[in-house]
Design a protein around this ligand. Structure first.
Ligand code: EPZ
Length: 448
């Protein structure tokens, strides 16, 4: 699974996403040691907007999404959809960036394999296009190299709905000439992607689908909300079971993307790590699930206010915790790296166990370059707090590792140079700029 991101160079992305500026080879120069104070507007959630954009493929009518994050993954998916024949119209207003999608014409044969191979969420095109067009073929998806990241649950579910699927030299060929039909599906693990893919397919499949052991991440709820606004018949019968009455002609919808709970949790850590005070609008602690109380234990204080929350360091300071990543409402694996950056400067020791992905400690060596004291044994990283970190030249290997290194750079003495910025751009809409507005000393040095 490749980690280089040539498409950040790809000027054609700006055709589908006019706000995107190719930024290949840029790096961040972070001068640490400043306390952060100010308001940090949390963007729409990356992991909600991607399936929402794909859901527009299920209807010929207009779907308008508000609060869309201007991130690289959104630009890539917009390009993929445009090449499939989907009409796109962008606008900027009080609801932030908005996107109207019109999939009255879908040309399934025009999936851009090179872009699919770069982004995991593109696998969602499989369920949606198969349900809408009766056939779909695309390469195995790419994305962050954080583990095996199989799609066997996705394929097994689609086969149960009547699809014939072949996997050959890295290409998935799926067809359901008579359309998909409802099925009873038991997910072996509450996979986010498999839940979303099968939900998208089941909405158009003839008959009733029952999905057991679904993922319960808030982004799934956001997708269900939008699909129901389009006329889908989806019932959460409790106990991790969804009942979908398929075969409905969907209408259009207008939907506001939920706030990004991972960005929220990450910036709350930045406030505590720099001993500052940051106002996080449009957020609520419940979005963090089990991470909320654990962050409080680690010294991240969240005070509710009218517009959201204020994050700061707790009077008792930062303290070591033990955490294990779990599906929601457990501790989010996407917060593991940023919280590890916080724990590198906490009093005492922490045990950080990554139970979702097999290789999600690629930020550890980079944090060690900055003076962190971390030992990895199997799926657990033992973090012993140090008094200070030093600036260094570090490279991001994935979206959340990039955020963790930004946090470490903010807290470190001296200058940190962060390479691999495409990963940060993939997952966040203007994180550096928003941190500078809170007093951070960050310069984006443009390559070339
Ligand atoms: C989604 O990935 C998110 N990505 C990930 O965020 C997030 O880390 C993950 O869910 C878990 O919360 C998007 O929403 C675009 P999974 P996904 O299917 O769907 C195994 C980020 O940084 N599995 O829930 O790929 C899989 O290998 C990204 O924003 C199978 O074995 O996650 C993993 O170990 C990174 N077979 C586990 O399940 C399958 O068919 C959870 O994966 C599917 C999954």
């Amino acid at each position: 699974m490749s980690t280089s991101m040539p498409h950040a160079f790809d000027p054609t992305l700006a055709t589908a996403a006019p706000w995107w500026r190719p930024r290949a080879g840029d790096r961040l120069v972070i001068r640490g040691g400043r306390r952060l104070f100010g308001r940090y507007p949390i963007s729409g959630a990356k992991n909600a907007v991607l399936p929402l954009m794909v859901s527009a493929l299920l209807t010929p009518h207009l779907v308008t999404l508000h609060n869309v994050p201007a991130s690289l993954d959104v630009a890539v998916l917009a390009t993929l959809l445009q090449r499939l024949g989907v009409g796109l119209a962008w606008s900027e207003g009080s609801a932030g960036l908005s996107l109207t999608l019109c999939a009255d014409q879908v040309q399934p044969g025009r999936i851009d394999g090179a872009l699919v191979a770069r982004m995991r969420a593109s696998v969602l095109l499989l369920g949606a296009i198969l349900a809408r067009c009766g056939a779909a073929s695309l390469p195995l998806p790419g994305g962050d190299a954080i583990g095996l990241r199989g799609i066997d649950f996705h394929l097994a579910g689609l086969r149960a709905m009547g699809a014939r699927i072949e996997l050959h030299s890295g290409l998935i060929r799926a067809e359901a000439p008579d359309g998909l039909h409802g099925a009873e599906i038991f997910l072996p693990f509450p996979s986010v992607g498999a839940t979303e893919n099968l939900l998208l397919a089941a909405v158009l499949a003839q008959g009733r689908t029952t999905l057991h052991n679904i993922a319960r991440e808030p982004e799934i709820g956001d997708l269900i909300g939008c699909l129901c606004a389009m006329g889908a018949k989806i019932a959460d019968t409790g106990g991790g079971v969804l009942a979908i009455e398929g075969g409905v002609q969907l209408t259009g919808a207008i939907h506001t993307v939920m706030p990004d709970r991972i960005e929220f949790g990450t910036i709350a850590c930045a406030a505590a790590l720099t001993d500052g005070e940051i106002v996080l609008d449009h957020t609520q602690a419940a979005l963090l699930g089990a991470a909320g109380p654990l962050l409080a234990e680690a010294g991240v204080a969240l005070e509710p206010i009218a517009t959201g929350l204020v994050a700061r360091r707790a009077p008792a300071g930062l303290a070591g915790i033990d955490l294990t990543t779990q599906p929601f409402p457990g501790f989010a694996t996407d917060l593991q790296a940023p919280v590890m950056a916080l724990l590198t400067m906490a009093r005492g020791a922490s045990a950080v166990t990554e139970a979702i992905f097999e290789q999600r400690f690629r930020h550890v060596d980079e944090l060690r370059r900055m003076g962190a004291n971390i030992q990895v044994q199997g799926r657990t990283a033992w973090v012993r707090g140090v008094v200070r970190l030093q600036g260094a030249r570090v490279t991001a290997s994935d979206v959340r590792a990039a955020a963790a290194l930004v946090l470490a750079g903010l807290a470190a003495e001296g200058e940190t140079v962060l390479d691999g910025l495409d990963h940060l751009d993939r997952g966040y809409d203007g994180m550096a700029e928003k941190l500078v507005a809170c007093g951070a000393d960050i310069i984006r040095s443009v390559a070339g």
